[in-house]
Write a protein that binds this ligand. Sequence first.
Ligand code: NAI
Length: 377
Amino acid sequence: MAKLKWGMIGGGEGSQIGPAHRLGAQADGLFEFAAAALDHRPEQGRAFAQELGVSADRAYGDWREMLQAETARPDRVDLVTIATPNSTHFEITKAFLEAGFNVLCEKPMTMTVEEGEEIVRVAEASGRICAVNYCYSAYPMIRLARAMVREGEIGKVRLVVTNFSHGHHGDATDADNPRVRWRYDPAMAGVSGQFADCGIHALHMASFVCDDHVKSLSADFASTIPSRELEDDAMVNFRMAGGTVGRLWTSSVAIGRQHGFDIQIFGETGGLRWMSEQPNQLIYTPVGGRTQIIEKGEGGIHEEAQRLSRVAVAHPEGFPLAVANIYCDLADAIRGETRDGLPGAEDGVRSMAAVHAAVESAKGEGAWTDARPPMFR
Ligand code: NAI
């Protein structure tokens, strides 16, 4: 089967997420890296793209040049990944969808709920795919957890508890480092700091595994380092449309936690637990029974988890291959297959609505607030 052509915007040399996309898109031989506008500095972007094997005529200096040139080509890219800073996602995603490209946008998809709703409408009108990189939902054992919930293996879900907490911004003497400071500055980051950055991964994960939507929430935000205008710690209680009770903690000052992204799902007849630092394992306890560890790659595992595993049982795959799973689903979707589980524009706007609801709730001393985008109320 011919490879699909792939283009990337942002993710230049030294960026945090760029390498995970390049590994992910190319891991399974599904995409050829054909075009790029990688950097806000045009010359560096062109040079780095060529170093990575993109031909000189498709190593662009900026995304508008890429949009114009790729639109005119008969062999235009099949998919564009947008891995630039948050405030640029809306404009670039909208422009590429309107020109008829499939898009994978980094989270958060937009800065406002209105922009998010517009992306949903533009994607629908264009008939193109607009995926959002909630890549943690593509770990095989998370897909297994979702399948087990759907198939009733833990009964109706009563409670979901999730946290995404690290301590990498916990050093007050480093708070003025420009790479850290912008994240807590509303002029650069928008209305929310830690919740919009990491909390939305956890909230998306809760919705994904429970196969439900967040309806309302109550939030408590704190800036534990007083020079920070935006929150570096948040506790959010939420309710899902189907009645599940949700608890979420996110923090960037939790010194000692490295990448503490965990989820527990408590149903009427059993419980499930997953931790991102041990992503090969899903822990399952049936009511009244023994706790079991289900390993990625073990015999007889659900087809949905098997499909997205590549190496033998107990061999780690990890984050870049979770991103690769998003690209596998995208390749199938571009070729016309329906892929349940690929996060899309609806997930993007639901996250934005939850971020804005949490900000409003936190300002109102935790008042319960509708967390649904107006278009889905
Ligand atoms: P970064 O600051 O490390 O890199 C951003 C890159 O984009 C740089 O190479 C920069 O030159 C380039 N860039 C900036 N403006 C551009 C423009 N107008 N045109 C072309 N290139 C441009 O940022 P990082 O941490 O890689 O984050 C990028 C995005 O990825 C953010 O939206 C972030 O939220 C998201 N992200 C998602 C993760 C996930 O787990 N899904 C993890 C980390 C980041």
